[in-house]
Design a protein around this ligand. Sequence first.
Ligand code: S3P
Length: 429
Amino acid sequence: MPPPDSQTIQPADALVGAVALPADKSIAHRSALFSAIADGTSRIVGFPDAADPQSTLSCVRALGIRVEKDDDALVVHGEGLHGLRAPSSALDCGNSGTTMRLLSGILAGQSFSSSLIGDASLSGRPMGRIMNPLREMGADISGNDGHAPLSIRAISGLLTPIAYRLPIASAQVKSCVLLAGLYADGETSVIEHKPSRDHTERMLGLSRIRMGDEAIISVTGGEAPAARMWSIPGDFSAAAFLLVAASILDGSLIRMPRVGLNPSRTGLLDVLRAMGADIRIENERDVNGEPIGDLFVKSAPLSGIRVDGPVIPNLIDEIPILAVAGVFADGITEIRGAAELRHKESDRIAAVVSGLRAMGADVEEFDDGMAITGGTGLSGAEIATHHDHRIAMAFAVAGLAAKGATLIRDASIANVSFPGFYDTLGALR
Ligand code: S3P
C-alpha cells in the first residue's frame, strides 16, 4: 500500500494531447485584491480553483467584500480604497506568500487592525523584506522575528510616500510597496535593478520609467483601481512542467491554448529554446494588457546551458523543472544567481539537489544555484516535497523520465497551483 497522500509515478513513453492549464496564479491574486479596493463591481473570468488564489479570495471575503459566482466568472463588489471592514479573526494566507505580502501592503493603510497567519512553510519565509519598507512609510507592523504571524495596527491618517530601491528582485515586495502607496499622501516609487514580473504595473496602469539600468515604477496615493472585467490566461508557470516533460520524453507533442506570455515570466521559454527545445507559439494576442498565445511543444534533444543574471527573476519559479531538463541535456547545465530560491515555499536549491541525487543525477550545489551534469538518466526514488507544490510537480515529471517507479510524498500539495496535475499527466500518456 502506498503511504497516504502520495503519488506513484510510473515511467512514460511519450505525452500527447492538449491541456487546459490552470489560470495564472499571479494575475489571479492581483485581480481579486485590486477588485476588492476598486470603486464598483468587477468580473473576473476564469478565477482558478488552486489553493493559493483561493486563499486570497477568502481573505478578501473576510475583509467584508461580497464575492459571487456567475457562470465562469466571479463578481467582486469593490468597496473602494477605504471600504474594507475589520476582519473578525486572523486572515489565513495558507501557503501563499503572494497573498501575505500583497495584502500586507493594503492592510498597512487601513484604519483598522488586522493580523495575518500562514501554514508552516509560509511562517518560515522572510517577511522583514516587506516590514522594512512598510515601516518606512509609517505603518505599524510587527511579526515574529521577521516572520508570520504578522500584526498590523490601525493608522489614523495616511502613510508617508517613499522612493524605495528594492534590495532584491521581488515582485511581491515591489507590489506590496506600490499597494501601500495607494494609501500614502503623494507619490510612492519603487526602483528596481533586475526587473521582476510586472503584472501589478500592467494591471494598475502604473508608469514605468527607465533610468540607465534601473526602472522606476510610481503610484499616486488616493487613486483607487478601476472596477473592470478581468480575463485570466493560463499559467505559464504551470505550462513549464509540460514544456519540459514533452521535451525530454521522445515522441511527445503537447498543445496548450491561451497561455500567459508576459516576457517577465517566460525566461524558461528562452532558455529551453536555447537548449534546443522545439516550442512554437501561435495565435499571439493581448488580453487585459497581457500577451497570451497557444503553445506547442515537441520532444527534442537538449544541450546544457549556463543560466545567470537578469533572466533569473523571469524564471525563478521554473528553476526546479529546469534542473530536471538539465539531467536530460547533453553537457552541463549551470544555474547561478538564484539564492532567492532558498526562500520560496521550501529551500528549493536544497530540495532539488537532494531529490535529483536520490534519483541518481550528478548535481553540484552552490549557495546561489546548482550545476547538473546531463546524461546520467534517473532512477525512481522516494521524494520528499517539503510541502512545496513546484518540487512535487518537478519530481513527478522527473519520475516520468526515470527507470522504475517514483513515489511523491505529500503529493496533493500540487493543488496549491495546479489542481488535477497528476490526472493531466495520466491523460497525456
Ligand atoms: C510572485 C512573485 C515571485 C514568485 C511567486 C509569485 C508574484 O516571488 O516566486 O511565486 O505573484 O508576485 P518574489 O517576488 O518574492 O520573487
